[in-house]
Structures are given as C-alpha cells and as structure tokens.
Design a protein around this ligand. Sequence first.
Ligand code: EPU
Length: 420
Amino acid sequence: MDKLCVSGGRPLVGSVNIGGMKNAALPIIFATILVNDICVLENLPDVSDIKNALEILRRMGAEIKEIDRFTYSIDTRPVRSNSVPLDLARNMRGSYYVLGAELGRFGRSFTSLPGGCNLGARPIDQHIKGFEALGATVNCTSGISCYTEKPLEGAQIYMDVASVGATANIMIAAACASGMTVIDNAAREPHIVDLANFLNSCGADISGAGTEVIKIRGVESLHGGTYAIIPDMIEAGTYMIAAAATKGDLTINNVIPRHLEATTRKLLEMGVEVEEGDDYVRVRYDGKLKKVRVKTDFYPGFPTDMNPQFCVLLCLAEGESRITESVMDSRFKYTDELIRMGARITVQGRDAIITGVEAFTPSTVRAVDLRAGAAMVIAALSTAGTTFIDDIHHIERGYEDLVGKLRSVGADIERVSTNN
Ligand code: EPU
C-alpha cells in the first residue's frame, strides 16, 4: 500500500547505472529449466518480476543460490515436471516461458493464463501455433496445457505477428527438438538475440536471431554455464526522458547505445541534446522542446514500452504532437492520470493527440501499469510541488531501485507508507 511522494521541479544531474533487462532475463531464467544443469546468470535486475520468476523455479524444485544481488546460480536438475506454482505464475506475463522450457524437457507443461500489464487483449495464439507445429497438443480451457507423445520435431513456422513472447517460447521449445525449426517473421528485439546467445552458450545451435528468420537446429542436450544479461534499454530510455523532462543533464551508463537509437532519434528531433559513447548516452535539455509525431513499432521501431514516458515529454513540448500505438491494443489508460495533472491529451483509437502545456499540476495519480507508472514519476519530477503516486507495485516489477537511483541524481522522491 506504499506510495511515492515526489517533490519535483529540480533538474536531474549526474550519472546513473542501468541494470539488466527484465524482458531478456525472464525467458533466460525459464530456459534454464530446459538446460537441466547449473547456470550462473549475471546482471539480473533486482526487481520483483525477476524475484517472482526465481521463486517459481525454486518451487518447481530448482536449487537457487544468490551469489550477489545481481548474480544467481540456478541448478535445474532437480526440477519436477508438472510443478508450476499457479498462484505465482498467474501474476506475471513472462511465466508463460515455462511452457516452451518444460515442453522441450519433459514433453509436457501446465500453467495458468499469464498476468502482467493490462494493455488490451494479449492473445497467445502464436505461441500455440508454434508449439503445435512442433508436434504438441495444446489445450487452453483452464490454464494452458501442452503435451506431446513423441519427441518434438523441427518445423517451419510463420508468425502472423512478430511477437517477442512467441518467438522466445518457440526458440526455447525447439532448441532440443529433432531437426531444424525455422521461425519466419520472428521478433527482432535485442532480448531475442540475448536469449539466442544464452542458449548457444549452453550448446544450442541457433542462427539469425535479430533478423526476421531464425533457424534453430535441434541438439541432443544443453549444458550449463555463466551468462550476463544485456542492459535494459527501456530503463535507460526512461532515464533519458526524465533528463529531458526535468531540464537536466544525465549520463546514463552501462547501455548499448544502438538499442536506444529510436528514442535517441526522437529526442534529437525534439531539440534535446544526446551524446553517444561506447557504453553510455548523455542527455541534456537544450531549450524549448519541439513537437513530434511518434509511432510505436516492433524493434528497431520506437518501443511500445516507451510510449507513456515519451508522452510526458510531448506534454511539455510546444504545439500539437501525436503518438500512434501500433503494437498493443490498449496502451493509453495512463493518459487519464496525466490529464489529472493538467495534460491536454485526446485519445482517438490508437492515436493520442497531445497539446503542449507549460507545466503539469501536482496531484495524486496511479501507476496503472509498469511503464505508465514510470511516466507518472517523470511527470511528477518535472513539476514544482508534491505529487503522490499510488499502486507502485507495478513500477517495482520492472524498475530497479528507482527511488535510490533518482535520489542520487538530485530528485526529491521517497517511498512513503500509507499506514503512517
Ligand atoms: N500477439 C498476438 N498473439 C500472440 C502474441 C502476441 O496477437 O500469440 C500480439 C499482442 O497482442 C500484441 C503484440 O502481438 O499486440 C506484441 O506482443 P508480444 O508477444 O511481442 O509481447 P509480449 O511478449 O506479451 C513483451 C514484453 C512487454 C512488451 C512487449 C512488446 C515481456 C514479459 N513482456 O510482451 O513488456 O510491451 O513484449 O515489446 O517480455 C513491459 O515490460 O512493460 C511490458 C509490457
């Protein structure tokens, strides 16, 4: 029931370090079930979704040791089939990766329908299509069950949507299938490349990750090893926007600037200064913000997970801007919260039309989902006066030590208990 209390209006100045990418870490954590050995994962983000995923594996029998805050050793040899704790699995979207991993290892899996942010209909038909192509029978009457009588066999799979989740799940299931699997119209996100690199480091034979055609030549078995997760491009992008919205000057360290290109380009178009180094970006406010049009898209397009944060910046730009959401069905629920803070936004279907205002008005708002919560924090940081943000459990699912990192660059933000 805690909330965030933000006294804004101060520029963020200094440097922050970016953690590992939640959406890369999740499929990799579940893929360790398929590896059936000891994996040491480094650079795991310290966020509740990752804690939840590790707890799911622990309850399935895995032996998990915390080596340090960001490094865990996971021994999945003792994992029992058909042991997914449904109460935990239903709380998070990424738990559906257990399906590909268990199907690949045991030939069967059962889990609950996945939870996660409410961003409209989030079907899993492409996951099912992939598992069925590999020879599994899938039933979704109460939860999701998949099983196969004979070993999975490689197949040609054309994805109707370049879904991140389905691409990753099929890659995991196919890694130890017999023969070759080809995923056409695959997702190209950096987390797909990270999953392929992890599986290959464990002995898989996957090529083409990062392009729309991924080839997976099934291998007999995998082996454990040590692997470091890539930096979180959405966490980094969030701090980039926060720097610009607070008229600040932030150096964002431990990033892969290429992954941030879509956000960088849009910031430059708005008149924000962005300097790229080998593993950092420096973002500096440089006078008035110009209006722009943004359309979210699959990677390398502008990420849907940056839609709410970017909208906050557009609220502070001169004139009329527009965001078109083309990945998720319903991503604009957060706009009601920004309107509470004085924003002028009209949503028409998949478009939000934003008329710039001088500043937001401090208020009490909710984090309606993970990225929406980050957007509220940025809006509050940019605004003189005190804003309270409720439902912060959403934010804590995906932002590591947000309060500590922001305080270290000059923000006045604290987590307060509502019981006081
Ligand atoms: N889709 C289908 N059928 C499917 C799968 C997806 O039609 O079988 C559609 C979805 O309805 C959506 C689009 O394809 O319209 C993209 O969905 P995708 O499968 O790529 O997304 P996801 O795997 O459900 C992951 C992230 C999201 C992120 C999206 C897009 C995880 C756990 N979640 O979701 O992350 O928004 O990819 O990049 O990796 C977040 O971190 O805040 C978050 C919501």
